[in-house]
Design a protein around this ligand. Structure first.
Ligand SMILES: Nc1nc2c(ncn2[C@@H]2O[C@H](COP(=O)(O)OP(=O)(O)OP(=O)(O)O)[C@@H](O)[C@H]2O)c(=O)[nH]1
Ligand SMILES: [Mg+2]
Length: 338
């Protein structure tokens, strides 16, 4: 045959013939497509396979859409913020959640494994962030209830598959969806959105970099992004590549951790109070007790000097005296005096 099909292709085709369920059929077809030699002579066959996959996905979606009719999942916000993991089918969203939290989402070789919201808690040093795994965004079907949840998110991670030749189409699909939801994704400081729009901090995660040997897809994807949006290439198979994620996710939230000290006692460094960055000593006092704002006279501040840098203010044993409108930083220890 002109398409020069390989034994790997015929093995996958055999799997397809034997597959009893729709997800298994999709998995086998996707395998056939991925192992097939890509050239002019096989184009027709590639197209046929893609159509078959898309029809099967649709039937799967119809089934799940009816079983979920009318039920919009609800989710209680927990931790320092709520960050949604969204993206194209099979890109590794659930794998990422399973890796970063103790949650145990189903992980499948086929698309549309995840059909509802799955939360997990991400630990970053002494703070926790709620990560939420979601059903895939795709032209065939995206859950209608996802939009309002995303518009309320504190952060969004867009996961794309660096192992897929369709990564640009997938990326466009996700951004088209975000545009429909009137969500502007921004890695830097959020800009003032136009009326009706929301600006949500986020970045792209290019997963499966192990399947992008020469880094070509990563480059093409990076070039396609609008300015200021950052791309982090990772692989679930390479633990090191994931190690910077918790800090990057926490930083997205624009929050600081402040520790409370009671006069005459050592500081409580076990649990931080998480505040919006830009918060002042007075804002902090309010989180300790509602009456404290009125009685606030002054505060003492201890601020760690940065490693290798000059000692900053507050590194003396007694800390420094600060006024109520003093802006706090991540890691500050504060003692309120009334
Ligand atoms: N090679 C490789 N495979 C990965 C990686 N991450 C995930 N996978 C595989 O990709 C497949 C899909 O993973 P999932 O985590 O279920 O993907 P998903 O985005 O949640 O998929 P849906 O819920 O169906 O949209 C599974 O077979 C994973 O084992 C990776 O970094 N490298
Ligand atoms: Mg999933």
């Amino acid at each position: 045959m002109a398409a020069n099909l390989t034994p790997a292709y015929f093995a996958a085709e055999e799997k397809y013939r034997e597959a009893k369920t729709v997800p298994d059929k999709i998995a086998a077809l996707e395998e056939m497509l991925s192992v097939m030699p890509k050239h002019k002579a096989s184009e027709k066959l590639q197209k046929e396979l893609k159509t078959k996959i898309s029809k099967l996905r649709e039937s799967l979606q119809k089934k799940s859409a009816t079983s979920f009719r009318g039920t919009v999942p609800t989710l209680k916000r927990e931790g320092a913020g709520q960050v949604f993991i969204i993206g194209s089918p099979n890109s590794g969203k659930s794998s990422l959640l399973a890796n970063l939290t103790k949650a145990t989402p189903e992980i499948g070789e086929y698309s549309f494994t995840t059909q509802t919201l799955i939360p997990g808690m991400l630990q970053f040093e002494d703070a926790q962030v709620q990560l939420v795994d979601t059903p895939a965004i795709s032209p065939e079907h995206t859950k209608t209830w996802l939009s309002s949840l995303l518009r309320n998110a504190d952060g969004i991670l867009v996961v794309l598959d660096l192992g897929s030749d369709e990564i640009i189409e997938d990326s466009e699909e996700v951004f088209k969806y975000l545009t429909q939801c009137k969500i502007r994704l921004e890695t830097g400081p959020p800009a003032q959105p136009e009326p009706g729009w929301v600006s949500i901090p986020g970045f792209l995660v290019g997963n499966k970099f192990d399947l992008d040997d020469d880094g070509v897809r990563r480059q093409i994807l990076a070039d396609s992004l609008s300015q200021g949006l950052s791309l982090m290439p990772v692989s679930i198979l390479d633990e090191n590549s994931l190690s910077a994620l918790p800090a990057k996710i926490f930083r997205l939230l624009g929050k600081i951790r402040v520790y409370c000290k009671t006069p005459g006692k050592p500081a409580d460094l076990s649990t931080p109070t998480v505040l919006k960055s830009g918060s002042t000593a007075l804002d902090f006092s309010e989180t300790i007790h509602k009456d404290l704002q009125e009685k606030f006279k002054y505060a003492r501040l201890w601020r760690k000097s940065h490693a290798g840098g000059e000692k900053s203010e507050g590194s003396s044993p007694d800390g420094i005296r600060i006024a109520r409108d003093y802006e706090l930083k991540d890691g500050d220890v504060v003692e309120i005096h009334t």
